[in-house]
Design a protein around this ligand. Structure first.
Ligand SMILES: NC(=O)c1ccc[n+]([C@@H]2O[C@H](COP(=O)([O-])OP(=O)(O)OC[C@H]3O[C@@H](n4cnc5c(N)ncnc54)[C@H](O)[C@@H]3O)[C@@H](O)[C@H]2O)c1
Length: 311
């Protein structure tokens, strides 16, 4: 299958690219490399460096003639969205509109779109099901809500199949140590570099941590399964930021100090995603437990450090 992946040079996108290539698909990556990196991509995967809002994006889609567009490109930082909601809306909403319009013009069969648990806002009950009311408390959650609504509208108006994946807190190799989603990468980087890890708020806030490999698998399954649907992609497990920190301390033998910062605007207090719908309709389930994912991540960053030390 010919698949165009926006944001394919980013953290999650690059794992989706890898899995699609391994599954024998033909991939074109579109990324402006603002956060993404060419080095994240397997060798020989073609990359067009362009902003998804650029009018020329449409002709790239027309030339490649993809059957499916997997849309990962976004402004992903909750704090940045609070500071500059116009830029967040521009990338996430206008950018997605440009992607959807290009998909219509080129006769794309299906779009698979990355959304976020941030669309729910503060949950009324846990784990959160897909039909929970959407009351985002950040501009980022709001822009993702609009992304979802436009995706659905384009699908219904132009007969394009669509799948929306609402991710929990994704973690794993190649994650940057920035943003609220990257809490694990931030902790790891601080512990490794002898800086004090910082918890924003009291650390009792909970998240549903899902491994990037499982998220990539959900995208792969969404190429052919789950026509016109919205799916939570998480684990159903609620883990506090403090617990995550303590588990990392144990794994690394870290005994340094911890710092607390103010709770950040736009951050929700609790989250765990109900994943039964994805299990039923995408025939997907998370395969990597948090324990296994953390162990691998710690082991891998050890190897990276040794590699750096030797070069
Ligand atoms: N990481 C998480 O925990 C998480 C949680 C929920 C949802 N998501 C969603 O998953 C998707 C991927 O996120 P990620 O964590 O891999 O972030 P990321 O920043 O690593 O990846 C985003 C990619 O999009 C590219 N990009 C950004 N703006 C662009 C633009 N205007 N034009 C072209 N390319 C652009 C970046 O260069 C980057 O490579 C996003 O849609 C994000 O909202 C991520």
């Amino acid at each position: 299958m010919r698949i165009l992946i926006t944001g394919g040079a980013g953290f999650i996108g690059s794992h989706v690219v890898e899995l699609c290539i391994q599954s024998g698909h033909q991939v074109l990556v579109v990324d402006n490399l603002l956060q993404g990196q060419q080095e994240n991509l397997p060798r020989d995967v073609p990359l067009v460096r362009i902003d998804i809002r650029d009018p020329a994006f449409s002709s790239i889609v027309a030339d490649f003639r993809p059957e499916v567009i997997i849309h990962q490109a976004a402004q992903v930082d909750v704090a940045a969205a609070v500071a500059d909601p116009i830029e967040d809306a521009s990338v996430n909403i206008v950018g997605t509109l440009n992607v959807l319009q290009a998909a219509v013009r080129s006769g794309v069969r299906r779009v698979v779109v990355a959304s976020s648990a941030a669309v729910y806002g503060e949950p009324r009950q846990l784990p959160v099901k897909e039909d929970h009311p959407l009351r985002p408390i950040s501009p980022y959650g709001l822009s993702k809500m609009a992304v979802e609504a436009y995706t659905r509208w384009f699908g219904e108006k132009y007969g394009i199949e669509w799948v929306i994946l609402r991710y929990g807190n994704v973690y794993g190799p190649r994650q940057r140590a920035v943003g609220e989603a990257g809490v694990l990468a931030r902790f790891l980087a601080a512990m490794r570099n002898g800086c004090r890890p910082v918890i924003f708020g009291d650390g009792k806030q909970t998240r549903d941590f899902v491994h990037v490999f499982d998220v990539a698998r959900a995208n792969l399954f969404a190429l052919t399964r789950g026509t016109c649907g919205i799916y939570n992609i998480g684990t159903g497990q609620e883990v506090s930021v403090l617990e995550l920190y303590e588990r990392l301390c144990q794994l690394l033998g870290y005994r340094g100090e911890l710092a607390y910062g103010p709770r950040r605007p736009g951050d929700i207090q609790r989250m765990a995603l109900a994943i039964e719908r994805a299990m039923d309709e995408l025939e997907w389930e998370p395969l990597i437990s948090l324990s296994k994912g953390l162990e691998e991540l710690v082991g891998q960053s050890d190897l990276e450090r040794q590699g750096r030390g030797g070069s």
